[in-house]
Design a protein around this ligand. Structure first.
Ligand code: ADP
Ligand code: MG
Length: 620
């Protein structure tokens, strides 16, 4: 029956799909490796030649395919993993769109050899750039071997677009690391140009990490473990003194899927704050297990984002789990012969919650050296070093003409006068002035080298204020205004108790509040830009939100307080903004540590690539 269908008849559709699924050799590696996991393999080999441009071969000992399936699997939407829409909800496997093999075969020469364990003979299928080239019975080991040769041989534009071999190989190894880290029970071998790059016997996670990164990591890792009804967190973090200035050892997995999450990264980073130089990034391998019903796994094949129903709580729990792990390690430092002398950390006091000690334990850290020569400290007090989020966004925004109009207009937003003047953004004067727009009294529109960016003014401003509040030690005076006549509020006993605890935090945000006795308080200063009449109300609503959100996670309360305050103080949708304010928000946002998310993890902006616009408008 399947034999009557013309194989890969819709060549064009496949090539279009291939554009989505197969961007570079690493995407092929990801898809092939995921298929081996789904096939239940316990031993997997990856063979690479010429950074995958010449050959990517993946050999597994999984379930194998029947003769019919061996041919069928190259059909678009051919998948053994779902049959009906309902199956989508229960999906446990990595793939299910049935697009990968069809897409790969449309842009390469593919040879598939496969045999089911019970079968005597296997099947070989050859497909070349959407064309079926032949099928025959072969004798081969049980399992499957897929060879992908001469990727993009029929799409020269895409082939030319590939990067140098070292970089493409790095992307491949990124995928290999992600998949092998989440499957330590499976043995993997990676070959490059016929040499073994990695040989990973099956074992536990820690062994897997040591096999990937070297035995020295045995002394560097601290286990993390926290089980809660909402999320189970496990894995390892690197000890603070081993934090590096280069990225690459940060891994989140959710329900065994690799995930990128700038917001959660921030939670981990925050837990390490003061323990590592500001331009260093902590190492972590963290696994989150959540009820699959509480997340939205973006089913786009190349995307690694996952949306969580309760982002904020998981942020807080993650932060707490990492802090706890650091705290435990500080109290009982492991016997560690590699450690340099003088690194012992005094145990934290027992009469208050474990906080990161303020001693600097990296002997190389020079507090006066904020980074590479010529680099200035981040105006919001965040690291300017290798924090890729900032860098990526800055690069992305950088080579555009100026937006700043010689500070002609005083901005009236809270904290606006301390908003950074990002030099590299406003440096160029050779171009006509870039105009940023506000539309619909809610959205800001700007453009970058790669596309048009639409920004939600409210969330963007929340992010800016939040980061402004979260910066610590080197904090300048908070930006406040004094009230001529202090404003009084009286609270119930519970709220008064809370406020008393948090007076210091409120002060750091520009609220000077004194305890007047009998659960009454006097407000002397408020953050700049806040309406004086609303000060009391603002404090009450912040207290209320704090009660609802923090739970036991004292450690995260500062961040929580900042997020709430930021959301109260931020300009709202519906407010018409002055051009200087528009520019100021856009520039400050791009200078943010995590510019693309609001403090509670919702997107602040979207980018529409020119490519997409051209496609829509049918401009070629
Ligand atoms: P998906 O993984 O989304 O189902 P693919 O195009 O990646 O789609 O694969 C199509 C089908 O081919 C799979 O559903 C599976 O049945 C089969 N298949 C692919 N790779 C393997 C493998 N290594 N071992 C066994 N079966 C495989
Ligand atoms: Mg697949």
């Amino acid at each position: 029956m399947a034999d009557l269908i013309h194989l890969l008849s819709d060549a064009v559709a496949n090539q279009i799909a291939a554009g989505e699924v197969v961007q570079r050799p690493a995407s092929v590696v990801k898809e092939l490796l995921e298929n081996t996991i789904d096939a239940g393999a316990t031993d997997i080999k990856l063979v690479i030649r010429d950074a995958g441009k010449l050959l990517i071969q993946v050999i597994d000992n999984g379930c194998g395919m029947s003769q019919g399936d061996a041919r069928m699997c190259f059909e678009r939407h051919a998948t053994s993993k779902i049959r009906k829409a309902d199956d989508l909800l229960a999906i446990q496997t990595l793939g299910f769109r049935g697009e990968a093999l069809a897409s790969i075969a449309s842009v390469a020469q593919v040879e598939l050899k496969t045999r089911k364990h019970g079968d005597e003979l296997g099947t070989m299928v050859l497909v070349e750039g959407t064309e079926f080239k032949g099928q025959s019975a072969v004798s081969c080991p049980a399992g499957t071997s897929v060879s992908v040769k001469n990727l993009f041989f029929n799409v020269p534009a895409r082939r030319n677009f590939l990067k140098a071999n070292t970089l493409e190989l790095k992307y491949i190894l990124d995928e290999f690391f992600r998949i092998s880290l989440v499957n330590p029970g499976i043995s993997f071998t990676a070959y490059n140009q016929d040499k073994i790059l990695y040989q990973l016997p099956s074992g536990h996670l820690k062994e897997r990490i040591l096999n990937l990164y070297g035995a020295a990591y045995a002394q560097r890792l601290v286990p993390v473990k926290m089980d809660t009804p909402m999320v189970n967190i496990s894995g390892f973090i690197g000890k603070p003194e081993f934090a590096k200035r280069t990225r690459g050892e940060q891994f989140f997995f959710t329900n065994r899927r690799f995930m990128k999450n700038a917001y959660f990264h921030h939670a981990v980073e925050l837990a390490f704050k003061e323990l590592i130089p500001s331009d260093a990034v902590p190492t972590y391998f963290l696994f989150l297990e959540v009820d699959p019903g509480t997340i939205d796994v973006n089913i786009h094949p190349t995307k690694t984002e996952i949306n969580f129903q309760d982002n904020k709580s998981i942020y807080a729990l993650l932060h707490a789990a990492v802090k706890q792990a650091i705290g435990k390690f500080n109290i009982t430092p492991s016997l560690d012969f590699e450690r340099e002398q003088g690194l012992d950390i005094p145990p934290p006091p027992t009469d208050r919650p474990v906080m990161p000690p303020t001693v600097t334990i990296n002997p190389d850290y020079n507090p006066f050296n904020t980074g590479r020569p010529g680099q200035t400290a981040h105006p919001l007090g965040f690291p300017t070093g290798d924090t890729s989020s900032i860098r990526a966004w800055r690069d992305f925004y950088a080579d555009l003409p100026a937006t700043q109009d010689d500070h002609a207009q005083p901005a009236t937003l809270p904290f606006a006068d301390t908003l950074p003047q990002t030099e590299n953004i406003s440096a160029s004067t050779d171009f006509p002035r870039k105009i940023n727009l506000q539309v619909n009294q809610a959205l800001l529109i700007t453009h970058t080298k790669s596309g048009v960016v639409i920004i939600d003014q409210q969330r963007a401003h929340e992010r800016i204020l939040y980061e402004r509040m979260m910066k610590d030690e080197d904090r300048e005076q908070p930006n406040f205004q004094s009230l001529l006549i202090p404003s009084a509020i009286s609270l119930n006993t519970d709220d008064a108790g809370l406020l008393r605890n948090w007076l210091g935090d409120f002060l750091e945000m520009g609220f000077e509040i004194s305890d007047f006795g009998k659960n009454s308080f006097l407000i002397h200063t408020i953050p700049a830009g806040t309406n004086a009449e609303e000060a009391g109300h603002l404090i009450e609503s912040v207290l209320e939100a704090m009660k609802n959100g923090t739970g036991d996670h004292q450690a995260a309360h500062r961040s929580h307080l900042s997020a709430i305050l930021a959301s109260k103080l931020a300009v709202k949708r519906g407010k018409k903004l002055h051009p200087a304010e528009i520019d100021s928000i856009i520039e400050s946002l791009f200078a943010c540590h995590v510019p693309d998310l609001s403090p509670d993890g919702r997107p602040t902006m979207m980018l529409i690539p020119y490519e997409e616009i051209h496609k829509k408008l049918k401009i070629n």
